[in-house]
Design a protein around this ligand. Structure first.
Ligand code: ZN
Length: 132
């Protein structure tokens, strides 16, 4: 049972990826299934900023909800709050990693305990019996 619990986070991540892969968005023009991943060279400025899809068959560009985006659709504003939150979370993670690194380094860098060398005590030779 405890072995199963070890794999639980990985199973949860796999389930999330599986659910994401099952979610399909259709092109509003031709009805083709829109691909999940794109080459960074094919992404438009809007896709970089706000996400969305680009139909491989007809070239129709949609937003993340699958609605058609035209050329005169204004670009959404840059999500300043989201980027600020990402920056703050990265700084917190960096601080926690640094603190953990220092704590672990202090524990490792503790002075090594050196055992006193074992010195054999001199033994007295057994008395020699007188020879007569
Ligand atoms: Zn299409």
């Amino acid at each position: 049972m405890s072995d199963f619990l070890i794999y639980l986070p990985f199973l949860a991540a796999a389930a999330i990826v599986f659910i994401y892969a099952l979610h399909r968005v259709r092109c509003p023009d031709c009805g083709a299934s829109l691909p999940k991943f794109y080459s960074p060279l094919r992404k438009t400025q809007r896709m970089w900023r706000a996400g969305g899809y680009l139909c491989a068959q007809c070239g129709c560009e949609t937003d993340t909800a699958g609605r058609r985006v035209t050329a005169d659709t204004p670009l959404p504003p840059i999500p300043v709050r989201q980027w600020a939150l990402v920056g703050v979370l990265l700084m917190v993670a960096l601080g926690l990693l640094t603190a953990g690194w220092f704590i672990a380094g202090r524990a490792v860098a503790a002075p090594p305990v050196v055992a006193a060398p074992v010195v054999a005590l001199p033994q007295q030779a057994p008395p020699v019996a007188p020879v007569n």
